[in-house]
Design a binder for this molecule. Structure first.
Ligand SMILES: *Cc1c(COP(=O)(O)O)cnc(C)c1O
Length: 393
């Protein structure tokens, strides 16, 4: 399948990039090998010199990993993609490949906890500073830009409050100071949102989440134009946070059902959000697909559906939130997301537990907040599991 342009998303997610080996295997081949054998010394020399293309060592490239990268690039509408061992190594590789001492980053305050820690505590050791911007008003981001700003880093929708960022506005202002807009597209995946179409320069994935979709493997990816992705690749092949071929193979199987799953997650999540919004013990429900969401119109422009994450704030704070969590028998109490199994977590004491209390308050992560990553179980069973705790509040 070489001409991708004639096919639609679902077809590409199942078939893009596959070339069969001499055996004609129907499922994608898994090349579980660390190195590759050369025909002779001259071929080895030519490969190492970069004069011919081919595989040498799986820290650099591996055919199964390449197929995953190529297919994800097609789905994101990107020229290139590099896969990594985890979502965090995708973000680390991007930061270390594209930034140097003296550079500045503007990041949304509401990004993933480990991403906050990476930019807030690790990158400063290498002379890279970050300004964290609360909320999603583009004007606040504009004020934070400096002449040495090289990256603007966001997640949209954000975790756990599902704040929606205006990607086109942020891309324009980043480009005006020569910076790149980097979007962590973990919550939507290319099935629901393609940030490059709105002017983003790089898309980050924690493939661990929806791209796998069934909680099996860790993985990550960086997609975008050839030039910056090549820089990330050079860092990755030297530093080594490469994706295992086995994980790439599992992720390829995940991509085959990505759109179907994202549509089903979104339908379940929207229905749950609607039901929770009516509950007297709940102060507020956060879901981009609800008309009550402050950026509902923007979300509808950028996303084809709302995604799996629904958060809500209990009127009676932490005790009530913990009661809802502790009364669940079906939902998994875990901070992971992007799985067919529904998960429930109390962000203030788990995913955001190590964020400084002031920063947490600034990000709006209150003690009464509960986050649900809505899976694919029957919606009535999910609701009934939550009702037990809710009705006791
Ligand atoms: C989980 C997650 C990450 C980190 O991914 P890992 O695969 O766990 O390293 C980054 N960003 C977001 C939004 C996430 O949810």
């Amino acid at each position: 399948m070489n001409d991708n342009s004639q096919y639609q998303f679902d077809t590409l997610a199942i078939r893009a990039g596959q070339e069969r080996s001499q055996f004609g295997e129907h499922s994608e081949a898994l090349y579980l090998t660390s190195s590759f054998v050369f025909q002779n010394a001259a071929q080895a020399a030519a490969l190492f010199a970069g004069e011919i293309e081919g595989y040498t060592y799986s820290r650099f490239t591996n055919p199964t990993v390449t197929l995953f990268q190529d297919r994800l690039a097609v789905l994101e509408g990107a020229e290139a993609c590099i896969a990594t061992a985890s979502g965090m190594s995708a973000i680390l590789a991007t930061a270390l490949a594209l930034l140097q001492s003296g550079d500045h980053v503007v990041a949304a305050r509401g990004i993933f906890g480990a991403s906050q820690a990476l930019f807030g505590t690790i990158m400063p050791k290498f002379g890279v500073t970050t300004t964290f911007v609360p909320g999603c008003d583009p004007e606040s981001f504009r004020k934070a830009l400096q002449p040495n700003t090289k990256l603007v880093f966001i997640e949209t929708p954000s975790n756990p409050l599902t704040e929606v960022h205006d990607m086109a506005a942020l891309a324009d202002m980043a480009h005006a100071v020569g910076a790149l807009l980097v979007v962590d597209n973990c919550f939507c995946t290319p099935a629901l949102q393609r940030p490059l179409e709105f002017g983003a320069d790089l898309v980050i994935h924690s493939a661990t989440k929806h791209l796998d979709g069934q909680g099996r493997v860790m993985g990550g990816a960086v997609c975008g134009a050839k030039a910056p992705v090549e820089e990330v690749f050079k860092f990755m092949r030297t530093a080594g946070p490469s994706l295992s071929p086995f994980n790439a193979w599992v992720l390829l199987k995940g991509l085959e059902t990505l759109n179907l799953r994202m549509q089903a997650h979104s339908a379940n999540a929207l229905e749950l959000a609607r039901r929770l919004e009516k509950h007297p013990a709940i102060e507020r429900v956060f879901y981009p697909g609800l008309p009550s969401h402050p950026q509902h119109a923007l979300a509808q422009r950028q996303q084809s559906a709302g995604g799996a994450i629904v958060s809500f704030e209990m009127k009676q704070g932490r005790d009530a939130a913990w009661r809802v969590v502790d009364n669940c028998k079906l939902l998994s109490i875990t901070s992971n997301l992007g799985d067919v199994k529904t998960t429930i977590t109390h962000p203030a004491t788990t995913t955001h537990g190590r964020v400084a209390p002031e920063a947490r308050a600034e990000a709006g992560i209150t003690e009464g907040l509960v986050r649900i990553a809505v899976g694919l179980e029957a919606i009535d069973d999910i609701e009934a599991d939550l009702q037990r705790g809710l009705s006791s509040c």
